[in-house]
Design a protein around this ligand. Sequence first.
Ligand code: HEC
Length: 222
Amino acid sequence: MKISCAPWLAPFLCAGLLAATPEDPALQRKFTWVDSTDSAVSDIRRLGEAMIQKVGNNLISEVSRVVPAKGPEAGIDDLHLKQLKLPAGQPGQPQVTAVKRTSLKVRDPANLPDNADLAALMSIHSALADGDTPPKVLVQQLEAEGSAPAEWRVYRPIVTSAACLVCHGPANTLEPGVKAKLERLYPEDKATNYAINEWRGVIRVSIVAPAGSPANPKKTTP
Ligand code: HEC
């Protein structure tokens, strides 16, 4: 098993987080970091960022529509983005094949990070822990593995607003009905105790490019 953990991370921290990720081989993908400013990946980055922007806007507007209309308890059934459709894409062009939201503290185990996601999350986490500005965008290239094709990944951090806290705020501030329903549906829930403007996780877009394009980007160390 290849563990891709940035060498500059404290080993214990890394080990702890990796232990939290299931040993499922599907969650272990070989990846390399790509310099997001490299012009060879500008089309991929642009496509990824446009989709992330759209998904982020939809996520926020859905919360501000659903919660006032139904209340947070009933709203739990709708959130987040269950109707999200991927763009059709153009023949011969790079295409968005998946959108994922993940975090170091997930509510739904279906959103658990794989090792490449975890590396992206950790680079943001470490920047914040060091008091640095976290990267606005991260790009990775993944090798094909089994039936999974080679893909590009574009990540952007997502931050909480006041509207998020009715379901992601401190446990003792949640409405009792919300708390009970979250406990029932998500017994492993780790996504509470957030404050306003806190880093919540990432939106990730996967992109598959047709064979032969785009040019091979240069590799960088994170
Ligand atoms: C009405 C309750 C509710 C509100 C309000 C809410 N969420 Fe969530 N959130 C959920 C539920 C339920 C899940 C698990 C299902 C899913 O991932 O869609 C979730 C999951 C997530 C995830 C995916 C990672 C994980 O923990 O599984 C992110 C990221 C997230 N929420 C961010 C936000 C942000 C940002 C806001 C505010 C703009 C927000 N949420 C507001 C209920 C809520």
